[in-house]
Write a protein that binds this ligand. Structure first.
Ligand code: PGA
Length: 252
């Protein structure tokens, strides 16, 4: 049974007080409302410990937005999987398009990060998706195929079952432009088909594939109702509890 998940990616937003406020609102919301899906958040790493402490009801999974591919040592500015684990962080985003665009991250890097997280018992949310040019030229199916194969297909069946995939077309991230439910569904079905060919249908049916890119309260229900869409990775709308909670309730 695939898990239904709404995950919030805060990106580089909120100062300490703002982060504390949003976490407190999230705690109160999750204490007082039945949750129709799993709720994950990826605040800036600096606030991960505060998030673990404040979200004491354990109803929200705390992730980071990135993790190092190295174990330890002279890697200035990096944070290791073991560090995350030692403060109770449960996983990390891997390969978000902004990491690819601004920090030169490739699928080869993603493959290492995904593997390290899994070895530590943490959950990777592996992000992929095509750029506008790639979609316009009709390359989107091949781009996503290649990304998925390079980053994930070195894993065993047991390992890949623990990965969450987030399809995020780059042209829809932070632009207000959302992929139509049909456009998203066809890529999700494509990814599931690739997983099925490589690992068999039973494994493919266990893997949650989230959609990301301008998900809002107004469009969440229609997107989440698609057959192969198991939830969303939410950027801008995760920064306001009113919006984030409505997106969670889109599963209701
Ligand atoms: P957005 O971001 O919802 O602001 O488009 C999604 C993401 O980058 O994960």
């Amino acid at each position: 049974m695939r898990k239904k998940i709404v995950a919030g990616n805060w990106k580089m937003n909120k100062d300490y007080v703002g982060a504390q406020q949003l976490l407190t609102q999230l705690l109160s919301y999750t204490n007082n409302n039945p949750l129709p899906c799993e709720v994950h958040i990826a605040p800036p790493s600096l606030y991960a410990m505060m998030a673990k402490d404040l979200l004491e009801n354990g109803k929200v999974t705390v992730l980071t937005q990135d993790v190092s591919e190295h174990n330890q040592g002279a890697y200035t500015g990096e944070i290791s999987v073991e560090m995350l684990k030692s403060i109770g962080v449960q996983g990390s985003l891997v390969g978000h398009s902004e990491r690819r665009q601004f920090h030169g991250e490739t699928d080869a890097h993603c493959a290492v990060k995904v593997k390290k997280l899994l070895e530590a018992g943490l959950t990777p949310i592996y992000c992929n998706g095509e750029t506008l040019e790639q979609r316009k030229s009709g390359a989107h199916f091949d781009v996503v195929k290649n990304q998925t194969e390079v980053a994930l297909f070195g894993l065993s069946a047991e390992e890949i079952k623990k990965v969450i995939i987030a399809y995020e077309p780059v042209w829809a991230i932070g632009t207000g432009e959302t992929a139509s439910p049909e456009q998203a569904q066809e890529i999700h079905a494509h990814i599931r088909q690739l997983l099925s060919q490589k690992y068999g249908n039973d494994v493919a049916q266990e893997i949650s594939i989230l959609y990301g890119g301008s998900v809002k309260p107004e469009n969440a229900k229609e997107i989440f109702s698609q057959k192969d869409i198991d939830g969303g990775l939410i950027g801008g709308a995760a920064l306001k509890i009113e919006d984030f909670s409505k997106i969670i309730e889109a599963f209701g």
